[in-house]
Design a protein around this ligand. Structure first.
Ligand code: TYM
Length: 333
């Protein structure tokens, strides 16, 4: 069996990028025979960015409901909240003690913060928490804990998977073969979905299309996607067009080829946006209905998560015992 694992940070409302880049391929993979799937809500990770408890809780509920609405069967997979598994922060410390600081210095998110401070003439680490710096180690613990082989993520996360391999390999070298070294799995079509402004769709850029926006809001958002000033009748560039890339992530190859032709033939932006809206809504409307029903019953979602935590800890508790013994600590069980 192949073990597949991925997580979403509970720092806001799930968006189309999370869906196309993570949830949709993950749900499809979970139905394949010979696959064991581990999907979780990365709420420890969310604390790095969000210091608003109500927002963390709301986001956890929304992301859990999104996974379930998109067809995840919690009986078939391991579906849990990261912070329900105390073995994960425990493993984070074991990995911290083998993680090269120099490698962490090069992590994109940390480096971006340092570069920004440096450009502004400030102390390089101004406003940077140790949590941001340690982000990749916590993520490595998520992955290595469950001996995942494959981690389906967007391109933005590849570096983190490589770091997990590095820490895992170093630990194995020192203490014996305990960890499986994971590989990133990237869906080629939807590697990075652009947001409204053409940059990567991201909560941090405030350019997202929430996955379950009500129909009218979805239409409004689609019509606010940035386009150039070409008029109807003038040929449009499909390449580099956010509108086109979004369409492609929600269409068949044939539909995409037709859309490319329409661009070359000078389709008006209004018409193109309407086509994208309809394409999105066709896929999302039935899921949205399920989502609304689920989110109205938070108690049931909580039950699903608690059962998932039990199931995950049946793996994590004995494994952390093995790892504690391996490094010379007492097994607490
Ligand atoms: P996060 O919460 O930023 O994103 C969750 C998943 O959505 C993907 N994604 C995108 N895919 C395509 N286009 C986009 N615009 C887009 N935006 C986000 C991300 O690639 C990711 O797959 N560190 C992770 C969460 C995490 C994790 C893990 C993932 C914690 N531990 C262990 C895998 C394994 C993160 O912040 O993802």
């Amino acid at each position: 069996v192949t073990r597949v694992l991925t997580g979403i940070t509970t720092s806001g409302t799930p968006h189309l990028g999370n869906y196309a880049g993570a949830i949709r391929p993950a749900v499809a993979a979970s139905r394949r025979p010979g696959v064991e799937s581990f999907y979780f809500l990365a709420d420890y990770h969310s604390l790095i960015k969000v210091q608003d408890p109500a927002r963390v809780q709301r986001s956890t509920l929304e992301i859990a409901a999104s996974w379930l609405a998109c067809g995840l069967d919690p009986e078939q997979v391991w579906f849990y909240r990261q912070s329900d598994i105390p073995e994960i922060p425990e493993l984070t410390w074991l990995l911290t003690c083998v993680a090269g600081k120099g490698l962490l210095n090069r992590a994109h998110a940390y480096k971006a913060a340092v570069d920004k401070n440096t450009e502004a003439g400030e102390d390089p680490d101004a406003g940077v928490t140790a949590g941001l710096f340690m982000y990749p180690v916590l993520m490595a613990a998520d992955i290595l804990m469950f001996r995942a082989h494959s981690v389906p993520v967007g391109r933005d996360q590849i570096q983190h998977i490589e770091m997990a391999r590095d820490f895992g390999a170093r630990f194995n070298h020192l203490y014996g073969e305990h960890f499986v070294l994971p590989e990133a799995a990237i869906e080629e079509n939807v590697a990075t979905l652009p947001g409204l402004d053409g940059r990567k769709m991201s909560k941090s850029y405030d350019n997202t299309i929430p996955l379950f926006s009500p129909r009218e809001q979805l239409r409004k958002l689609v019509f606010s996607i940035k386009t150039d000033s070409r008029q109807p009748g003038e040929p449009k560039q499909a390449e580099g067009s956010a509108l086109f890339q979004l369409y492609q992530a929600f269409a068949t190859l044939e539909q995409t080829a037709d859309f490319a032709r329409a661009f070359a033939d000078g389709i008006g932006w209004g018409e193109a946006k309407q086509a994208l809206f309809e394409q999105l809504d066709a896929e999302l409307a039935p899921l949205r209905e399920k989502y609304e029903a689920l989110i109205a019953r938070p108690g049931e979602i909580e039950q699903v998560l608690l059962a998932g935590a039990d199931k995950a800890r049946r793996i994590a508790t004995p494994f952390i015992g093995e790892l504690r013994r391996a490094v010379g600590l007492r097994d607490l069980r």
